[in-house]
Write a protein that binds this ligand. Structure first.
Ligand code: FMN
Length: 301
């Protein structure tokens, strides 16, 4: 295979290729035992809050056809531990690191961002789309005004490239995308999980202790592709597409829909090396002149 430049520019940061990990499905501590994180365009880490969060009660994972439901609820050790632990270790390995930021309120998001601003993290991803926490998260992502207000406040605090991660649990995702673009976002990622539920046939109660959870995996892919297509035409920001990517062909479908880069999530919970496998399959597909021509035409549009 000839040497091939796969690099992409996302909000001023050069990724060596267009593949990252989806937040919550990659761990600096565990995944790096399986592959070198600097091989990917970037790695996106789990949401971090100002202080440690325990997450939701168990059971918080359920299988579904073509995917899974989770209600983990953003369990994390807090931003201070992240900065001295996972971030340091990943930067020392030469990875480009995107930190997913969460909070229950504007002040909580700002506290995390102000601490990260003084570090060498490469990009921030504002998670305004988690369906599994009682306040904050998705509450910001389903209201165009609240989403814009949060982005404006964060923008005042940092010049770090700011990705805003959108929820699919809305009627008009383009409207939310446009409002965060106007408020100062540098890139958009989507989709987070779709709100879902399963009922236990023996008890008649929800399977997940939290009641509802977020659906991810191949079952959500057509919804994700549709939303990436809409958002990439509604804004001029680079879009990072995700939702059910299991193969290089799936990743290519997102690029053709308008994404500049892709993230691999649930696939990595089945096979930890999935992001690397998908990158090599995608690389092979991109060696086809006809495919490249289709992509070129899409970028011009
Ligand atoms: C177990 C689990 C934990 C997740 N945690 C986060 C998180 O902390 N922050 C976030 O923005 N998204 C989180 N997500 C959503 C994923 O990053 C991704 O947006 C979603 O799962 C769709 O991609 P996929 O179908 O490839 O998994 C999580 C998903 C799963 C399955």
């Amino acid at each position: 295979m000839k040497n091939f430049d796969l690099s992409v520019n996302i909000a001023g940061v050069t990724w060596k290729n267009p593949v990252t990990t989806a937040s919550g499905t990659f761990s600096g501590q565990y995944t790096t035992g399986f592959y070198d994180p600097s091989l990917l365009g970037a790695v996106t880490t789990k949401g971090v809050a100002p202080l440690p969060w325990e997450g939701n009660p168990t059971p918080r994972i359920a299988e579904t056809y073509g995917g899974m439901l989770n209600s983990v609820g953003l369990e994390n050790k807090g931003v201070d531990d992240y900065i001295t632990g996972e971030l340091r270790a990943l930067k020392d390995l030469g990875a480009t690191v995107i930190c997913n930021v969460c909070g229950h309120s504007v002040d909580e998001y700002l506290e995390v961002v102000s601490k990260l601003d003084g570090t060498d993290v490469d990009m921030l991803e504002l998670n305004i789309s988690c369906p599994n926490i009682s306040c904050g998260g998705i509450g910001f992502g389903t209201d165009a005004n609240l989403a814009a207000e949060l982005v404006r406040e964060v923008r005042k605090l940092t010049r770090k490239p700011l990705i805003v991660k959108l929820t699919p649990n809305v009627t008009d995702i383009s409207a939310i995308a446009r409002s965060v673009e106007e408020a100062g976002a540098d890139a958009i990622s989507l989709i987070n999980t779709l709100l879902g539920m399963r009922i236990d046939l023996r008890t008649g109660q929800p399977v997940l202790a939290n009641g509802t959870g977020g659906l991810s995996g191949p079952a959500v892919k057509p919804v994700a592709v549709r939303m990436v297509y809409q958002v990439s035409r509604a804004v001029s920001l680079p879009v990072i597409g995700m939702g059910g990517i299991m193969t290089g062909a799936d990743a290519l479908e997102f690029l053709l829909a308008g994404a500049r880069a892709v993230a691999v999530g649930t696939a990595a919970l089945i096979n930890p090396v999935a992001p690397i496998d998908i990158l090599s399959e995608l690389t092979e597909l991109l060696h086809d002149e006809q495919t490249l021509e289709l992509l070129r035409r899409n970028y011009e549009h």
